[in-house]
Design a protein around this ligand. Structure first.
Ligand code: 2AM
Length: 171
């Protein structure tokens, strides 16, 4: 049995509202709007993993020491090939460190996954075949005080399996 898993920043209600407001600015790009309850920012996509590796996957997050950071989501974009329209921003050092540490922990445990370059984004619409010029949104500052392990099950809302806090001390 396999489970489709990824680590992500999961929005609280305030950030979700802000994401929805920005998604509304580009409404109608396609009929596949990402539902409110699925909005997230992927840190590391693990994909299908043997179910019996779930404990190892959690232990890699348990062992990780990472600090609070913030993301600035200040632009809309479009991944043409994937047909995804998104809200995103630059990869800050704190975010990149966390992604690297997650990937290193996954590799150290022998997990097989396809690492993609980290490009912070929240997917807003899928199946966007053509994209008009997009507006410039008001920048959204998203303080990231934790990260979550998420499971994707077809036709169901993403499930937050567990959340780990990030430490608040200065670097
Ligand atoms: P996307 O939103 O840009 O499509 C669940 O599928 C999450 O994992 C989505 O945020 C998705 O990104 C991301 N994802 C899916 N396949 C991926 C891959 N091969 N590499 C990195 N992220 C992936």
């Amino acid at each position: 049995m396999v489970r489709r898993l990824f680590f992500a920043c999961w929005p609280d209600d305030r950030i979700r509202e802000q994401l929805i407001a920005r998604r509304d600015l580009i409404d109608g790009l396609s009929r596949r709007r990402v539902p409110d309850h699925n909005l997230h920012l992927t840190l590391l996509f693990l994909g299908n993993q043997p179910a019996d590796r779930l404990k190892d996957i959690q232990s890699l997050a348990d062992d990780l020491e990472a600090r609070f950071f913030a993301l600035e989501l200040d632009r809309f974009g479009w991944f043409q090939q994937a047909g995804v329209a998104w809200l995103g921003g630059p990869a800050t050092p704190g975010a990149s460190r966390l992604v690297k540490a997650l990937a290193a922990g996954a590799m150290a445990r022998g997990l097989v996954f396809q690492a993609r370059a980290f490009q912070p984004h929240v997917s807003l619409f899928r199946q966007v075949r053509a994209c008009p010029a997009l507006p410039v949104p008001a920048s959204l500052r998203w303080p990231i005080s934790g990260f979550s392990l998420i499971e994707s099950i077809p036709s169901r809302p993403y499930q937050v399996l567990r959340t780990w806090p990030l430490s608040m001390g200065s670097t």
